[in-house]
Design a protein around this ligand. Structure first.
Ligand code: BMA
Length: 313
């Protein structure tokens, strides 16, 4: 059998950001959203405090690999009504999408009422404004498409369920606040690396063949759960239609800081940056403790989805 090519090439400087690089006390640096802003890379990263609750910090970089954290966090649980009521236990896993003229941040808001998704907005990465909660409880992993599709905004997310394995859904909105027309688009597959649950990872990336969705999938073992990353391709004009889901994972925990950490055996992405040369910078949290980066060729990920596919459900 031919050796399979690694689709994601790890950066030799991994981990690229750890708690030792943060100028205030944190226990972890992980699950970061990343985007380009005024020629630089901006990273919004999650950190556990020693209370076990999370906040979101900000770092910037010239090359996308060497990041410098700012002295203050970017988002901490809101003190303002109505937001304070749903963020008391922390803010987690930010994803950033540039739409029209602003950067939108979707994040998980934790409270005694469950986990739901908040939408915040910035134009300068100095100040940030909460817009609305865009789901009820219990939802996680919401990613926004970077443009309107057929006149509407679109998002993917992952509701919780007692009946079905946790799966990826799509919804649409006229204004980013009110969402509907929800539809299931992709489910875990039994006895497959993503059999237990799946969720969106990086915000979808436009390619000529479709929207590239880098998602996470979880496999249960006797030694706990293993989080890996995979790729799916959605129809450009009708993203509720999946054109293909790569049968094999594109990244699994292998480096020591992915295998051992705060939660072992986890690679978890909240962001990827497409470059003009057709490559992608992919960012992931290693073992819920450190930030890692790698590169991939976008066409190779698309090809995986189209030529080596498993059924979307
Ligand atoms: C998920 C989320 C992620 C985390 C992952 C692995 O359920 O809590 O934030 O990275 O588990 O622990």
């Amino acid at each position: 059998m031919e050796m399979q090519k690694n689709l994601v090439i790890r950066h030799e400087g991994n981990p690229i950001l750890t708690k030792d690089d943060i100028p205030y006390p944190v226990q972890t640096v992980h699950n970061a959203g990343v985007t380009k802003f005024e020629g630089r890379y901006i990273m919004l990263f999650r950190s556990h405090l020693d209370t076990g609750r999370s906040i979101i910090g900000i770092a910037q970089s010239e090359d996308g690999f060497r990041f410098e954290a700012r002295p203050e966090p970017f988002m901490t649980p809101s003190k303002e009504p109505v937001f304070c009521q749903y963020e008391e236990f922390g803010v987690e896993d930010p994803r950033i999408t540039y739409i029209e003229d602003a950067y939108y941040i979707t994040y998980s808001a934790y409270s005694a009422h469950g986990v739901r998704i908040g939408l915040a907005k910035t134009t300068d990465f100095q100040s940030v404004e909460r817009v609305a909660f865009i789901t009820q409880a219990d939802y996680r992993n919401t990613v926004l498409f970077p443009e309107k599709i057929d006149g509407r905004y679109a998002k993917l997310d992952r509701p919780h369920s007692d009946i079905s394995p946790w799966s990826i859904w799509i919804s649409f909105s006229p204004d980013l606040r009110h969402w509907g027309d929800s539809k299931l688009v992709m489910k875990p597959v039994p006895y497959h690396w993503d059999e237990m649950k799946i969720g969106p990872g990086a915000p979808p990336i436009r390619t000529e063949q479709g929207w590239l969705n880098i998602y996470h999938g979880v496999f249960p073992t006797m030694d706990g759960h293993v989080y890996r990353l995979g790729a799916a391709l959605h129809n450009l004009d009708d993203p509720a239609e999946i054109l293909g889901v790569g049968d094999r994972w594109i990244l699994q925990p292998e480096d020591p800081w992915e295998v051992t950490g705060y939660v072992h055996n986890v690679v978890f992405t909240c962001g990827a940056v497409p470059e003009e040369d057709g490559t992608l910078k992919l960012y992931w949290g290693g073992a819920d403790k450190v930030m890692c980066a790698g590169t991939a060729v976008i066409d190779e990920l698309v090809e995986l989805c189209l030529t080596d596919s498993r059924a979307p459900m």
